[in-house]
Structure formats: structure tokens, C-alpha cells
Design a protein around this ligand. Structure first.
Ligand SMILES: CN(C)C(=N)NCCC[C@H](N)C(=O)O
Length: 246
């Protein structure tokens, strides 16, 4: 934090933020929409009916995995641009020095498209799908499990329960996702100057060879610290919106 602040001032902490903000509504709508509709297909119960007839954990997991898989497809280009901008450490403007490679998200998207084509925008998408498919299953299982544990049968969970269950669901899914998150980010940065990795497996093997198994847990603390408040608020919004409009 101190290094980022010294080198890039407060603005450094907000690098690559506009694209995630623009994409988060779309990505979360896809995630929760696909999850809820897959559960509807599997169990033939609406969100309101699910309190009286709770779906099985297998159905919740399968619906979560489906949501995670489709979410990853929508997220891939936005996430790539975020990672490329976040890894660009030159200060935004410095008189006399050459401008940074990417001047903003739109310039970054256009440069990737020009240099690497449409497929370039999906670099690292396989790793992202491998990361999100099972871990979003874990996300919804943890949330439902905790809500059921602390809610009397047939009732809606209280706001406090939703906040705590959502927060822990975020932590559980990010702890499980961090190994593939590390690999995904490396794949997304690969090809910037020259291609280093042959694929996801090659990236895993050479990362472990060079840095040991600890490489898979790089960033786990910051991911978890971020995951609690973000997912507490996400689930509270989801529950309340469905109660008002459902
Ligand atoms: C890769 N993982 C852990 C997930 N996709 N988890 C489910 C949603 C997480 C939420 N949108 C967030 O940004 O924390």
C-alpha cells in the first residue's frame, strides 16, 4: 500500500475501476439470474416457495456451478482489462516520459483487439471458467447452509443472518478460488510482451516449480477481506429485491 501510494498517489488504488463498475451489474444479473432460473428448472419452486420447500444441496451446487460458468463468460473481457490496467505500474502522466502502454479501459480494449484479435479479449477465460464454476457452487451452498442453520424452519432469514451468511459465503468461495485466480491473472498478463505459458496446466506447473506451492495462496488474505463486505451487501440486496418484487 505504501509503495503504491508513494509511486502513484491515491489514484493508484483506483486503477482499472471503471470497467468493473460498468460490468458488475451485468455480471451479477447473469450470475443470480442463471442461478435462480436453474434452481427453478431443477426443483420447480420459485424463490418464495423455497423457504417452505428447501432445495437439496446437490441442486443448489449444480445451479451455482451453472451460474458461475456463464458469469465467467461475461466477465472475461472486463476482468482481462482490469488485470492489465492494474498491472501497469507507470504513473498516469509524467512530463518527459513515454505514455503508459494503455491509456484507459477503452484504449486497453482497443489495443488488445488490434494486436490480438477478438480471441485476445478472452485470454485467460478458460482459467476464469475453471475458477468460477465450482467456486460459485461453493458460494451458494455456504450461503444457504448458514441461512438454514440460523433461521427457524419456514421463515425468511433476518438481515443480520443474510449479511453474515453472505460474507462467509464470499470468504469460502474466494479461499477456494484463489489458486486458480493466481493462474488466471498470470494467463491474462501472458502475451503482453512475449508468450511464456503453453496453457493453464503449463502455467500451474511452472509457477509451482519456480515459487513453490505457496504461490496458490498469494493474495488470499486481501481477497477474503474484500469478500466479506462485498458479498454481505450483495446477498442482502438480492434477498430484499426478490422480496419486494418477487
Ligand atoms: C471467483 N469467486 C469466488 C466467485 N465468483 N464467487 C462468487 C461471486 C463473488 C462476488 N461477485 C465477488 O466479487 O466477491
Amino acid at each position: 500500500m505504501v509503495k503504491i501510494y508513494r509511486h502513484e498517489s491515491l489514484l493508484g488504488f483506483f486503477k482499472g475501476m471503471s470497467f468493473p463498475i460498468a460490468s458488475i451489474a451485468v455480471v451479477n444479473s447473469v450470475l443470480f439470474g442463471v442461478y435462480s432460473n436453474t434452481l427453478l428448472l431443477l426443483t420447480a419452486t420459485s424463490h418464495q416457495e423455497r423457504r417452505a420447500q428447501p432445495p437439496s444441496y446437490t441442486h443448489i451446487f449444480l445451479a451455482g456451478c451453472t451460474g458461475g460458468f456463464l458469469q465467467a463468460y461475461c466477465l472475461a473481457p472486463f476482468d482481462l482489462i482490469k488485470v492489465r490496467l492494474q498491472n501497469q505500474t507507470e504513473p498516469v502522466a509524467q512530463p518527459g516520459s513515454p505514455p503508459p502502454q494503455y491509456q484507459g479501459p477503452v484504449h486497453c480494449a482497443a489495443s488488445i483487439f488490434r494486436e490480438e484479435g477478438y480471441r485476445g479479449l478472452f485470454r485467460g477465460a478458460w482459467a476464469l471458467m475453471l475458477r468460477d464454476t465450482p467456486t460459485v457452487g461453493i458460494y451458494f451452498i455456504t450461503y444457504e447452509g448458514l441461512c438454514r442453520q440460523y433461521t427457524p424452519e419456514g421463515q425468511n432469514p433476518s438481515s443480520a443472518t443474510v449479511l453474515v451468511a453472505g460474507g462467509f459465503a464470499g470468504i469460502a468461495s474466494w479461499v477456494a478460488a484463489t489458486p486458480l485466480d493466481v493462474i488466471k491473472s498470470r494467463m491474462q498478463m501472458d502475451g503482453l510482451r512475449r508468450r511464456v505459458y503453453q496453457g493453464v496446466l503449463d502455467c500451474m506447473m511452472s509457477s509451482v516449480r519456480q515459487e513453490g506451492l505457496g504461490v496458490f495462496f498469494r493474495g488470499v488474505t486481501i481477497n477474503s477481506a474484500r469478500a466479506f463486505p462485498v458479498n454481505a451487501v450483495t446477498f442482502l440486496s438480492y434477498e430484499y429485491l426478490l422480496r419486494w418484487w418477487g
